[in-house]
Design a protein around this ligand. Structure first.
Ligand code: 13P
Ligand code: SF4
Length: 345
């Protein structure tokens, strides 16, 4: 496999790399030394070298979500991005094996759209409160309650829930997906806050499942307005999984990709970023003039992924994602339909 821009970056630390050299636009080009102390890099260097050797041996890549810790994000990830970018990657990647440094629903999505590839998750317990809070049977019950209404499911769901849905969405295209259906009413699962945010932007009536993200639901509007009062009126950017009173305080609401883009387009001196903590660490080096203020909530699921278990995953080719064929086929229709709508932010 040809070395990607990121492989070279890891090897040389100080090399620069143009966007055209990397085959995916969501990649964050940065220098590891800008974000990680040199001693920390030196301490993990043998592990990083071993992971990079195994990647070549296995014809594998590491695809990392924006919430991974900076060592994973900057030292071993070939591709970084939000859920939508990681889904697209599974279609485009020139590799036999993809290690999904993220949570299980992301690995399942990759498997759904690319059943030929070996998709690995380093820890099967890396779940998600949204995905774990709804089953296929729950969706069938909602469909029986609202006959004929299409179901839009956030990608933060199991393959079984996707299979019961007409289309999936991510935080990077939820509004466009809902409006793409051309109907007056939809069932939206499982994130009530993303659903409410979409409902506030469209005339389509959105019937909600009352799920929530255990990380973003902990932020409160009061906390954000207190910060704003104490720090001066700095811009606030927030993920749409936050409750409505938090989003009411925000100047921009979008996916993790959208928030990174907002910072790079606007180059604020200071910004309050309301999402999982690791995001700010990861993008700090790409925005050296921006100070990130953030109430810090960590996702315990995302934090199960470590350099150690990525190495073990590549060594032992575990844990492989398997989805029953009939479920995968129905889920693929919903995910493919979403990919055709594309990105909105
Ligand atoms: P993004 O698709 O915006 O990266 O969000 C995924 C997620 O799980 C946020 O909590
Ligand atoms: Fe799920 Fe929330 Fe963690 Fe994202 S941050 S993976 S939505 S629990």
């Amino acid at each position: 496999m040809a070395l990607t821009c990121r492989h070279r970056l890891v090897n040389l630390y100080n090399s620069s790399c143009s966007a055209t050299e990397s085959h995916l636009t969501t990649i964050q080009i940065t220098r590891a030394t800008d974000v990680l102390p040199e001693e920390e890099i030196a301490a993990v260097q043998p592990l990083v070298d071993e992971i990079n050797r195994l990647k070549i041996e296995r014809n594998a890549i590491v695809a990392a979500h924006n919430y991974m810790t900076p060592d994973i994000f900057h030292l071993v990830a070939d591709i970084t991005g939000d859920s939508l970018a990681l889904a697209n990657l599974a279609l485009e990647a020139d590799a036999d094996v993809i290690v999904l440094a993220g949570v299980k629903f992301m690995a399942e999505t990759a498997k759904i759209i690319n059943p030929e590839k070996t998709i690995l998750i380093p820890d099967l317990a890396a779940g998600c409160s949204l995905a774990d809070g709804i089953t296929g049977a729950d969706v069938r019950r909602m469909k029986a309650q609202y006959p004929g209404l299409p179901v839009v499911s956030y990608v933060n769901t199991s393959a079984e829930v996707k299979a019961e849905s007409e289309i999936t969405c991510t935080s990077g295209n939820a509004l466009a997906v809902v409006e793409s259906l051309g109907v007056d009413r939809v069932i939206f699962t499982p994130d009530q806050y993303l659903g409410k945010w979409v409902a506030s932007k469209t005339d389509v009536e959105v019937i909600l499942w009352e799920g929530s993200c255990m990380v973003h639901e902990r932020f409160t509007g009061e906390e954000i307005s207190d910060y704003k009062r104490d720090m001066g009126d700095i811009p606030v950017i927030a993920h749409p999984e936050c409750p409505p009173d938090v989003l009411a305080e925000a100047d921009y609401v979008g996916s993790t990709h959208g928030m990174i883009k907002w910072v790079s387009d606007n180059r604020p001196r200071k910004v309050m970023m309301i999402t999982e903590c690791s995001m700010a660490d990861n993008i700090a080096s790409a925005a050296p003039d921006t100070e990130f203020v953030r109430p810090c909530n960590l996702c315990p699921h995302m934090k199960r992924i470590t350099l150690d278990n990525i190495k073990r995953s590549l060594e032992t080719l575990t844990y492989q994602i398997e989805i029953p064929q009939d479920v995968a086929e129905r889920a693929r229709r919903a995910v493919t339909r979403m990919l055709e709508v594309g990105r909105q932010d």
